[in-house]
Design a protein. Structure first.
Length: 129
């Protein structure tokens, strides 16, 4: 008798390898989303720090420009305004008379708690302390 693998054995091994590749790909994609979400949260904290420094020197938070970005904080309070790793923008909304604000982003892994006070699609918010 010849010693060889049967067709069934080969198909089982190929199926197992396919399943492992699928699981690995899903895990990798989820990890990428988590990294981008962590960067978004870190970016908002960096912008928040610049906004707080601006307020401590000016008494109010800065206005927003037409693209809903804070004005007057670059380059004195932050070197460059961070951008979302995927969409490129965050949402800044000062509340009249500029004593509070909301910074919003869209996380890829949606949090369980819904967010209010942001534009449609944003699901993560940072407000003044």
């Amino acid at each position: 008798m010849k010693k060889a693998f049967s067709l069934i054995e080969l198909l089982v091994v190929i199926a197992i390898i396919g399943i492992m590749l699928a699981i690995g790909t899903i895990s990798y994609l989820t990890a990428q989303k988590q990294v981008r979400d962590s960067r978004r949260k870190s970016d908002l904290m960096e912008i928040r720090q610049a906004l707080e420094t601006y307020r401590s020197e000016n008494g109010v938070y800065p206005n927003a420009d037409g693209a809903n970005q804070p004005t007057g904080i670059v380059p004195n309070y932050i070197t460059t305004l961070p951008t979302d790793p995927k969409t490129g923008t965050y949402f800044y909304s000062p509340n009249v008379p500029n004593h509070t604000y909301a910074l919003c982003a869209t996380l890829e892994i949606v949090p369980a708690t819904p967010v209010t006070g942001c534009t449609t699609g944003n699901n993560y918010k940072v407000v003044n302390p």
